[in-house]
Design a protein around this ligand. Structure first.
Ligand SMILES: Cc1ncc(COP(=O)(O)O)c(C=O)c1O
Length: 391
């Protein structure tokens, strides 16, 4: 509404969340205490996985998953170009080369056939496949599961956008070898910063637990050398301080209790956008692919690239905090300079990115806000296309 700022994403915090955090602050443990384990168990149960390992961010969680998968220097990791740089960066942290394949227009996620081709011509071991469930659209894992078995690769779903999404009866989190979530404030639930990996593999979970805590173990059973006593600890591999705190975990667990409502409201907002952007007046605005299990972290629309900038600016001038998701990863300077990528390498991702605008979607957004965004978008696109036609 005029005078009100509508961000593209925003947390929803209530009194229960505040109480949960205060309870931890008044207790014994601020970090790596019972709230961490309890939150991990709750996310594992929700996502339908046996184990969950929390991290200080979704990025750290991706790094942990790549490490657990054994990604090492000389390896390749398949990632889409249409994602946040963190997906690909996590492979680079492990010394691997990112292997991009273009997206499919029907899902905006990695195209399985192109992925197959790219993996066959990788020229180095493909250690992991990391499809991203872009915007909350649950990427079809079946072809990637088959490709992973053929390539001997580990399947890591980057579901930073897709907590609460599902494929039929299966929750996102129950199917890949490891599934990564992010709890940044714009996501479905938040811990401020935070992330988690869910998996059915104890081996992966154990590796990630070590990795997030300096690679240091205190468990006698994990010692390679003789255990000397209760003071003893041994660093058996390199690790980081990637732990999530009890304070953050308490917030996350409190938030998770409302996940059905959070995802449900996002779906309602998507439906409202679809209805409001369905008419003749919105013919120049393309809508994102739908899916019954979509969890709508984002609602990305697409306009003709020639008008994207003025449309974007016009929305911002009206207090609508639109964003672009994403500048394709391979076009970032670092990726061009280090790996030699250039424009034209992944034309579908580039074409989509050139016209993309993410409209606001968050739980506390009101119906009137959604209609205001849709009306303002339709007005801006119609005006700019008319000006273009008159030139
Ligand atoms: C697809 C994707 N992967 C990973 C991340 C990293 O998550 P975090 O911001 O929690 O580090 C993000 C963050 O937005 C993301 O969008």
């Amino acid at each position: 509404m005029p005078g009100k700022y509508l961000p593209y994403g925003h947390q929803s915090i209530n009194e229960d969340d505040i109480r949960a955090v205060l309870d931890v602050l008044k207790g014994e443990w601020l970090t790596t205490g019972p709230a961490v384990e309890s939150f991990e168990a709750a996310v594992a149960e929700y996502a339908g996985a046996s184990y969950a390992v929390s991290f200080s961010s979704g990025t750290a969680a991706l790094h942990g998953a790549m490490h657990a998968a054994g990604v090492s220097p000389g390896d390749c990791v398949l990632v889409p170009p249409l994602t946040f740089a963190a997906t690909s960066n996590a492979a680079v942290y492990c010394g691997a080369r990112p292997l991009f394949a273009d997206i499919s227009e029907g899902s905006l996620c990695l195209d399985p056939l192109l992925s197959e081709d790219v993996c066959q011509n990788a020229g180095a071991p493909v250690r992991a496949l990391a499809p991203v469930s872009y915007a909350g659209y649950p990427v079809d894992l079946k072809p990637f599961r088959e490709l992973a078995s053929r390539a001997g690769a580990v399947l890591i779903e980057d579901a930073a956008h897709a907590l609460g999404a599902s494929r039929g009866e299966a929750k996102v989190g129950s199917e890949a070898d490891m599934t990564v979530f992010s709890f940044h404030p714009v996501k479905h639930i938040t811990t401020a910063e935070g992330g988690m990996v869910v998996t059915n593999s104890k081996r992966f979970a154990d590796r990630m637990r070590l990795f997030r805590a300096h690679g240091i173990t205190k468990s006698p059973g994990d010692f390679v050398r003789p255990y000397e006593g209760p003071w003893d600890n041994d660093m058996t591999g390199i690790g980081y301080n990637y732990r999530l705190s009890d304070v953050a975990s308490a917030l996350g667990q409190s938030q998770l209790k409302r996940i059905r409502r959070f995802v449900g409201r996002r779906r309602e907002i998507a439906t409202l956008y679809r209805e409001a952007l369905a008419g003749e007046g919105a013919k120049d605005i393309k809508l994102p692919p739908d899916h019954p299990g979509h969890s709508y972290h984002l609602f990305p629309v697409w306009v003709r690239p020639g008008i994207r900038r003025p449309v974007f600016e016009s929305l911002r001038e009206n207090g609508i905090g639109v964003q672009v998701h994403y500048v394709p990863v391979h076009l970032h300077t670092y990726y061009r300079e280090r790996f030699g990528f250039s424009p034209g390498d992944f034309p579908k991702a580039e074409a989509f990115s050139a016209g993309e605008i993410s409209l606001p979607v968050y739980t506390d957004m009101e119906d009137g806000d959604v209609l205001f965004v849709a009306r303002t978008l339709v007005g801006a696109v119609a005006r700019l296309e008319a000006e273009h036609a008159a030139r």
